[in-house]
Ligand binder design. Structure first.
Ligand code: THU
Length: 144
């Protein structure tokens, strides 16, 4: 599939990420993020960022989605869509933090897993995990 076709096909995933963003719990940063994680079988797990008064327990939207999916038995992932921005504002392209990239590395093939950054259905950037985490450290470095 061409990258332009992929873009066209990700509309439903983007809408789910936008909906998840409305559930963000971010009273400290006022930066709300939504994620929609697509499995290879077509199921979508959504997540939002969940902040904490002690700050470090904060969970990013992407990891919320991954941990929901893995805890339900899913391990085969195709793509994740991320939307974020200052609460109450339309949104800006929001790339995953380093910790979330590392969690993706644990469960996803860096050659094929797609990370979709969007502000709405018309404004989309698509990356492969390999591009956002080059020369990554993953399970194959430990399990051999
Ligand atoms: N955040 C995410 O949820 N995902 C990202 O990729 C970047 C950052 C959250 C964490 C925190 O709640 C807020 O955005 C500001 O950093």
């Amino acid at each position: 599939m061409k990258e332009s076709e992929r873009k066209a096909n990700y509309g439903a995933l983007i809408r789910k990420a936008l909906e998840a963003r409305t559930r963000s719990y971010s009273p400290y940063s006022h930066f709300s993020v939504g994620a929609a994680l697509l499995t290879k079988s077509g199921t979508v797990y959504c997540g939002c960022n969940i902040e904490n008064a002690a700050y470090t327990p904060t969970n990013c939207a992407e990891r919320t989605a991954f941990f929901k999916a893995v805890s339900e038995g899913e391990r085969d992932f195709e793509a994740i869509c991320i939307v974020g921005g200052k609460a109450g504002e339309p949104g800006c392209f929001t790339a995953p933090c380093g910790v979330c990239r590392q969690v993706m590395m644990e469960f996803c093939d860096p050659e094929t897993f797609r990370i979709i950054l969007a502000t709405d259905e018309a404004h989309v950037q698509i990356y492969r995990l390999k591009e956002l985490l080059p020369v990554g450290f993953g399970p194959q470095n430990v399990l051999y």
